[in-house]
Design a protein around this ligand. Structure first.
Ligand SMILES: [Ca+2]
Length: 354
């Protein structure tokens, strides 16, 4: 079962390497992975959710929609380790099998280790411009754990498992970085991550290198606010008022708040895709949308019709939304496997780009 769970990660990791090495720089495709947080199979419109996500749906419509993608884990840190390294999280040097906790003394000294290889490192070594915008969650205590020490030329975002969407702090502790430095930001986290992606993509219009952008939104994960009364961090839903109005038809309060954070996320993805196309990058960029694992019902997520919720590794949490789209030459070769409820990439996917 573990092998099955890692199938997509391994395919993804190996295909990226296969696609990159044989081609001259000008012909190599760009890669954009849009990775969302705690978004279940029933939290995306094209999978049957009541939450409208037209931009994610459009991405699936342009490419392929997968119904049997299994995440590497039912919780953030090991899922991200699996994606970025192509390895089972149980093989991580630091046994990253649970979420690293930002406030834990022990976890200040834990994270992805220097001798572990990420997709970003492989692509960087092959001439790619690499960036992580958004959430990291693979170590936060020392510089050796930061994304810039693991193959990313640019890091703009946060290291902890979640963030206060309005103050960019974890509770009351600053956790917003530009590479190795803390920076102060104002706004709404989902919008800030989107704006950083727009800036990055505009810069790529005239760049000589191909790029790999890992766009890891924290949304629609709950936020991490601060309780003045208890003098400690607190989990809070952080939708904006206008977004709540857009999903006012949802009766349950927490589900409505989660939906409002989701539509803001979908707006951001729409802006990123428009920027990609408006800057002439759409025809040479492979775009993959995926989530780190299924949802948490306590905070408004839904994994229907499957059983289970974060962090239990049941089918409801391991089967996640996944879609991919890309250049016309890729689209021609992406062939769904005709078995019930399942599709996958065929070998010509790689051959066609070499
Ligand atoms: Ca997560």
């Amino acid at each position: 079962m573990q092998r099955q769970h890692l199938r997509w990660y391994l395919i993804c990791f190996l295909l990226l390497i296969m696609l990159v090495k044989p081609l001259p720089a000008a012909e190599r495709p760009n890669f954009l992975i849009i990775f969302t947080d705690d978004q279940g199979i029933h939290d995306v419109g094209c999978y049957g959710s009541e939450i409208p996500t037209p931009n994610i749906d459009h991405l699936a419509k342009e490419g392929l929609l997968f119904r049997q993608y299994y995440s590497a884990s039912a919780i953030c840190t090991p899922s991200r380790f699996g994606l970025l390294t192509g390895r089972n999280p149980s093989r991580s040097r630091d046994q990253l099998l649970g979420a690293l906790m930002f406030m834990s003394d022990v976890d200040q000294n834990r994270g992805i280790q220097p001798d572990e290889t990420t997709i970003a490192e492989v692509l960087q070594q092959n001439g790619y411009q690499t960036a992580l915008l958004g959430k990291w969650h693979l170590g936060h205590g020392t510089e050796s754990f930061l994304p810039v020490s693991h193959g990313f030329d640019l890091f703009r975002g946060h290291t902890g498992g979640c963030i206060d969407y309005f103050t960019m702090t974890y509770g009351n502790i600053p956790d917003w970085y530009h590479n190795r430095q803390h920076v102060t930001e104002n706004g709404y986290a989902t919008d800030l991550i989107t704006e950083e992606a727009e800036h990055f993509l505009k810069d790529q219009r005239t760049a000589e290198k191909p790029f790999f952008l890992f766009l890891a939104y924290n949304a629609p994960h709950f936020g991490k606010g601060w309780s003045p009364k208890a003098q400690e961090p607190v989990n809070i839903m952080q939708p904006r008022g206008d977004d709540l109005k857009r999903v006012s038809f949802i009766k349950d309060k927490v589900r409505r708040e989660f939906a409002a954070m989701t539509v803001a996320l979908d707006d951001g993805i729409g802006r990123v895709m428009s920027t990609l196309k408006n800057n002439g990058l759409g025809e040479n960029t492979v775009v993959i949308f995926m989530t780190d694992h299924g949802g948490d019902y306590v905070y408004g997520g839904s994994n229907q019709p499957f059983r289970g919720a974060k962090p239990l590794f049941l089918k409801g949490v391991s089967v996640c939304p996944l879609s991919c789209a890309g250049p016309a030459r890729l689209k021609r070769e992406l062939k769904p496997v005709k078995s019930p409820g399942r599709s996958t990439c065929s070998p010509p996917f790689a051959d066609s780009l070499m």
